[in-house]
Design a protein around this ligand. Structure first.
Ligand code: PLP
Length: 430
């Protein structure tokens, strides 16, 4: 499939045409653990990475392979790795570059789960994550030292919904040989971070890519545009002999295969050893989602825009958080980086604070009260008492969660029904 096709077309076609033996048009679910080798030479060539192919489903699977190729094509990358969850994608994306004693500079505007992973679990593993305010890209430079291995941020982070300065921070990183990893979960099709200089893109495919709230999954995309060997001392995991793979130096070993050192290492080392494999059935479900993501995201954006306008004119709502309501630098970035809409998320604060927020949530009838985003259904949550509750109040505020904040993930239902439900719940909240 030509990578020059439009994203709407790639989402339906990339990575698959038909099954060569059966002619099956839908991607088959290859529910198998392992694969019969042709002969002894074939088996050893695959283990030696002289030939890429199916060995064992913990590290690759033909159904998952289609998902990987499709998301890589959508993002303009050279390869991808699908994993069991978005959390696993974020963890692997960092662990593929940083080990104990190293550090990563991350935006403070993060999903709460990623914050926990970075502030606690990676810290316990000896990887320091330095959190910086993304409003000033130079903060990334200031936090960088000789052990900095990556920068990390989200394109459209909730709850603040202020778009990240991707090109500015990517350019600073490239001066040092430090790649920018972008979590693009909330902005598929609206933004391709690789086009703005990001080296790696991660997704929680659980959200808009899957789109139907059925399956947890994650994807890491390698842009192929980052020269890992240019400053070898900056990226030792890719430039020094790997004792767990016959002393392979990844940037050297993969040369015949293309610029895939990063994503191949993630697969054959991290997925091999840590085992967060996506099930083939979930890969199938996520492929179904990706096929319609372009249409859905249009509707999510249009509906969210209407909801933001409705809330902005509503008595009792003190603040509406949505790029359309922003001004200054965040709005300029939203208009620069998001094409085709401002995404499906809307936040707001009620005059009545926490108690009004709780009454509002309890009064909703159409909206589901769940800890998820990016579903076809409209969803609502009160982050301070749920998704962000493991953070202390200072940490919550640093990520943009105030006590009375309500987050909406606007679905693809008819806008009249969405607004009617919001209207009655706001009335009930008082
Ligand atoms: N990144 C973002 C922006 C998210 O919203 C989430 C989940 O809410 C994750 C990563 C983690 O993804 P998962 O729940 O698939 O592990």
């Amino acid at each position: 499939m030509s990578q020059t096709m439009r994203p709407e077309t790639l989402a339906v076609h990339a990575g698959w045409r038909a099954d060569p033996t059966t002619g099956s048009v839908a991607v088959p679910i290859h529910q198998t653990t392992s694969y019969q080798f042709r002969d002894a030479d074939h088996a050893s060539a695959m283990f030696a990475l002289q030939e890429l192919g199916n060995i064992y489903t913990r590290i690759m699977n033909p159904t998952t392979d289609v998902l990987e190729k499709r998301v890589a094509a959508l993002e303009g990358g050279v390869g991808a790795l699908a994993v069991a969850s978005g959390q696993a994608a974020s963890a692997f994306a960092v662990q593929n570059l940083a080990r104990a004693g190293d550090n990563v500079v991350s935006s403070t505007a993060l999903y709460g789960g990623t914050w926990n992973l970075f502030a606690n679990t990676l810290k316990d593993l000896g990887i320091e994550v330095r959190f910086v305010d993304p409003e000033d890209p130079e903060n990334f430079r200031r936090a960088t030292d000789e052990r900095t291995r990556a920068y990390y941020a989200e394109t459209l982070p909730n709850p603040k919904l202020e778009v990240f300065p991707i090109a500015e921070v990517a350019a600073i990183g490239r001066e040092f040989g430090v790649p920018l990893i972008m979590d693009n979960t909330a902005a598929p099709l609206l933004c391709r971070p690789i086009d703005h200089g990001a080296a790696i893109v991660v997704y929680s495919a659980t959200k808009y890519l899957g789109g139907h709230g059925t399956s947890i999954g994650g994807v890491i995309v390698d842009s192929g545009n980052f020269d890992w060997a240019a400053k070898p001392e900056r990226q030792p995991l890719l430039n020094t002999p790997d004792p767990s793979y016959h002393g392979a130096v990844w940037t050297e070993a993969v040369k015949p295969l293309g610029p895939i050192a990063y994503i191949l290492r993630a697969r054959v080392i991290l997925l091999r050893d840590l085992g967060a494999a996506l099930s083939p059935f979930n890969a199938f479900q996520l492929i179904q989602g990706v096929e319609t993501v372009a249409l859905r995201i249009e509707r999510h954006c249009a509906n969210a825009q209407r909801v933001a306008e409705f809330l902005a004119g509503r008595k009792g709502v003190t603040r509406v958080i949505h790029p359309s309501q922003q001004s200054g630098a965040p709005r300029t970035r939203a208009d620069r980086y998001l094409k085709g809409g401002y995404g499906g998320l809307v936040g707001f604060e009620l005059e009545g604070g926490v108690e009004a927020g709780r009454r509002f949530i309890d009064a909703l009838q159409l909206f589901y009260h769940v800890a998820n985003i990016g579903d076809a259904r409209s969803l609502a949550i009160h982050p301070a008492s749920t998704t962000h509750s493991q953070l202390n109040e200072a940490e919550q505020r640093a990520t943009g969660v105030s006590p009375g904040y309500v987050r909406l993930s606007i679905g693809i239902e008819h806008i009249d029904d969405i607004l009617a439900d919001l209207d009655q719940a706001l009335t009930a909240a008082g």
